[in-house]
Design a protein around this ligand. Structure first.
Ligand SMILES: Cc1ncc(COP(=O)(O)O)c(C=O)c1O
Length: 389
């Protein structure tokens, strides 16, 4: 079956953060929303169908985690990543952010140091700060249009830390870390007694030229010293549903994580999570293949367009997902003026690169998980703004 990602669907009136948030955060209504990390495509139809069928029963009572939930996760991880996990390693999490927040609470103490690698999804450091942990910022290096880890600096900074929150694949840079890179981190962290919490929410959106390695699979050091957080929410476009889960092969860590889930009373999960995860993972391969191809074409289109019409903005080519970091430093604008340029000039609502850490200054993040015509419109607006700069 061919899915149609070209259709423009009006999201107004649905309380969509991406749409309504423009009024709230920008206080205006004339910006094209290309920020919040969900896609403007219909959620995969077999997921909607599974939910609809269940709704027809009309009793939405308390529900156990289904066998289908466990089995579909186990099968998906085996097929996609050659990762053999068991039921005992799995735990529900209301979200990946709540997942790493619970890990922070269980495995570190107030005042402990937690490393994040910037630019990075901002809740990594916000959650650590809100829990009164000290954040250690380990900046990634931009080398020939690709973000890399600065290993000597990493090694020096990690020594006093208790935890690394790893973004694998990385948001906003779109890097899919290689096995070698992950093995190097695993070794250093194991030897330094630093627990690795690996956020792998974008894993299923890895483009076919690259390979995602779940952190826990790269070595024995990684397996016994990690907590992996995953979810089909990004890939199948259902982040409003709270569908994530933790995979923890180390029994002791798994037990302690479960304790924290119990402390916060959030382990029960919910009916729609169990249904939607099972539907996504048991029927989703073809849909995912097609959506990835569409997103990649969007990125190709944007990259070619900007090279010709706005050459001072460079696309950092993502290896996974629909979030693209734009290097705008050649425009020579202060961050404040860069924001003005996108808002007042191009009429686009994008993420300010600086929100991902200090080294995100001079950058903006655009979400290209949208129909081509929406992206074409955005590019025209950007070109027009550039011409009058
Ligand atoms: C790296 C990363 N982690 C976590 C999340 C959000 O996860 P959740 O909605 O499951 O809490 C996002 C959303 O953009 C993300 O990019």
């Amino acid at each position: 079956m061919r899915y149609n990602f070209d259709e423009v669907i009006d999201r107004s009136g649905t309380d969509a953060e991406k749409v309504e948030g423009v009024k709230i955060f920008w206080n205006r209504t004339d910006l094209l929303p290309m920020w919040v990390a969900d896609m403007d495509f219909r959620t995969a139809p077999f997921i909607v169908e599974a939910l609809r069928e269940r709704l027809d029963h009309e009793i939405l009572g308390y529900t156990f985690r289904s066998d289908a939930w466990y089995d579909s996760i186990i099968e998906w991880l085996k097929q996609r990543f050659e990762w053999n996990v068991t039921r005992e390693m799995l735990n529900f999490s209301p979200g990946v952010v709540p997942g790493f927040t619970m890990a922070i609470q269980q495995f570190t103490q107030p005042g402990d140091k937690i490393m994040v690698q910037t630019p990075v999804y901002h809740p990594f450091f916000l959650s650590a700060e809100r829990n009164h942990r000290e954040v250690v910022y380990n900046p990634l290096k931009l080398v020939d249009g690709r973000y890399e880890m600065d290993m000597p600096l990493f090694e020096a900074q990690i020594k006093d830390c208790k935890m690394l929150i790893l973004c694998n694949p990385q948001n906003p840079s779109g890097r899919v870390w290689t096995k070698d890179e992950l093995q190097a981190i695993a070794k250093i962290c194991y030897e330094s007694n630093v627990l690795v919490v690996s956020d792998e929410i974008h894993a299923d959106l890895t483009f076919p030229q690259y390979r995602h390695y779940p952190f826990a699979t790269v070595s024995e050091e990684a397996r016994i010293n990690s907590i992996t957080l995953m979810s089909p929410s990004k890939a199948f476009n259902m982040p409003g549903l709270s569908t994530s889960y933790a995979v923890i092969p180390n029994e002791e860590l798994c037990k302690r994580y479960a304790e924290q889930v119990a402390i916060n009373s959030v382990g029960e999960g919910h009916l729609f999570a169990f249904l939607s995860v099972a539907a996504a993972y048991s029927q989703g391969t073809d849909w995912l293949h097609q959506v990835l191809a569409y997103v990649q074409e969007n990125i190709d289109y944007m990259d070619s367009f900007l090279k010709v019409h706005v050459p001072k903005i460079k696309v950092i080519r993502p290896q996974a997902s629909y979030l693209v970091f734009l290097d705008c430093r050649e425009l020579g604008l202060s961050q404040e003026n860069l924001l003005r340029f996108f808002e007042d000039g191009a009429h686009l609502a994008l993420n300010n690169g600086a929100m991902f850490g200090a080294n995100g200054e001079g950058f903006m993040r655009i979400n290209v998980g949208c129909p081509r015509v929406t992206l074409e419109q955005a590019m025209k607006q950007l070109r027009d703004a550039f011409l009058t700069l």
